[in-house]
Design a binder for this molecule. Sequence first.
Ligand code: SAH
Ligand code: SF4
Ligand code: F3S
Length: 473
Amino acid sequence: MQNKVKHIDKSEVSAQLNTAREIADGFAARGLVGEAAPGYFIHTLGCQQNEADSERLAGLCALMGYRRVDDPAEARLILVNTCAIREHAEKRALSFIGEYKHIKEAHPDTVIGVGGCMVTQRHRADKLKMSFPYVSFTFDTGAIHMVPSLVKKYVSGKGRSFIISKDYKIAENIPTVTSSRHSAWLSVMYGCNNFCSYCIVPYVRGRERSRLPDDIIAEAKRLIEGGAREITLLGQNVNSYGRDLDIGENFASIMKKVCALDGDFRVRFMTSHPKDASSELIDVMATEEKAVKHFHLPVQSGSDEILCRMNRRYTSAHYKGILDELKKKVPDVSITSDIIVGFPGETEADFEATLDMIRYAEYDMIFSFIYSPRIGTPAAEMEDQIPAEVSSERFRRLTALQDSISEKKNSRFVGKKLKLLVDEVSKTDNTMLTGRGDPVRPVHFKGDASLVGQLVTVEITAATPYTLEGKLV
Ligand code: SAH
Ligand code: SF4
Ligand code: F3S
């Protein structure tokens, strides 16, 4: 089974982990342990997939003997995990990397590594090589496990590296340092095969590859035993899970297995591509008590013409069918979506169709984006790119419509009792807590700080467009 799933050879991963331990031994020999250990700082941009990858990067940094610091100026190892989804994300990454130049000037022994989706593109890796001489190495999304040897190569004076793999594989057994003890990411698969015409992800994350069910379940158990009260199963299109394995497992069956584990926790997942969203998965959400009743189902556009040119491979009618089934089978389900405004050739009528879809769906929340051309994607070459002012004006109309819907949608929870995971104490009032459950909006309620990280039941007393208020039951 191993060769079929394209795992990185176990010995290759252990060699990297051994290199990490050697680096740590080197620090220890110089007394650089505990508070004296050199600091590491990881800057993460982009989606949950990057957040999950950064937890593995943190695990490797800890294994190399570095200690986490909150100020990059104190770090001797700085890693930037970049995103390439829109131009803005790349600009932000480049500007953060630019700021680290001063740290390198003040402390020439600082190692600066840049990974993630942006530097998986050849032209970006080349740019960092030529114009950012203080960057020690770049590593693509398939080379996370290689960070220890990249650090070692650089600090031992063997030069800078700029890695772009051609073949992405799964690296198991990389240690993690999680950012939250009670809420955990769990990648079930990597990559994307869909090639939506606007999207860079398939080019920078490689083809779909599913982790083995045993590896996923073992990690879920570890997370729950470690105190996780919420697990989010991650993939660019979780509904494709298992297709490459051919072992009779799909995402619905994996979701069911995770929900069946012992313990007091809840399970979320993202993202679902509408062309593959199955009745089976909706049934799992409806029947599994541990499944959070939130479905993120990005529609992107309400116009069939635009959906076709986006290569989304579903129609607005098909999408509405899924919404109908979801709302029927999962009462009070929260539905969210991603929408792109100003895709090439989008007419006023196409945009109106998107507004109609928003009215039909009555989303709890949407993530809307102005289309950003990405080098190497088909949409970037399409005629009729939409002028910025037209897109901005449409974006404003879309946001205004959604705001009016959000308020109405939130009010359906008033008077209901909901199970929530307590996230944090309010920054402005330490008698108030914030929690999240089936509603996508945060819920504020009075409670003791000791409840942070616990699952509690709260009765909802009021709603605004962006938040809910409640009281502990
Ligand atoms: N795999 C997920 C999400 C991928 S990226 C999915 O298929 O839904 C998150 C969102 O970014 C996408 O849903 C899309 O709305 C947006 N996006 C992707 N490429 C974009 C681009 N070139 N310009 C603007 N938004 C984009
Ligand atoms: Fe991008 Fe489409 Fe894949 Fe999502 S499904 S990551 S939008 S190509
Ligand atoms: Fe960005 Fe890569 Fe995620 S491009 S959105 S970090 S998969």
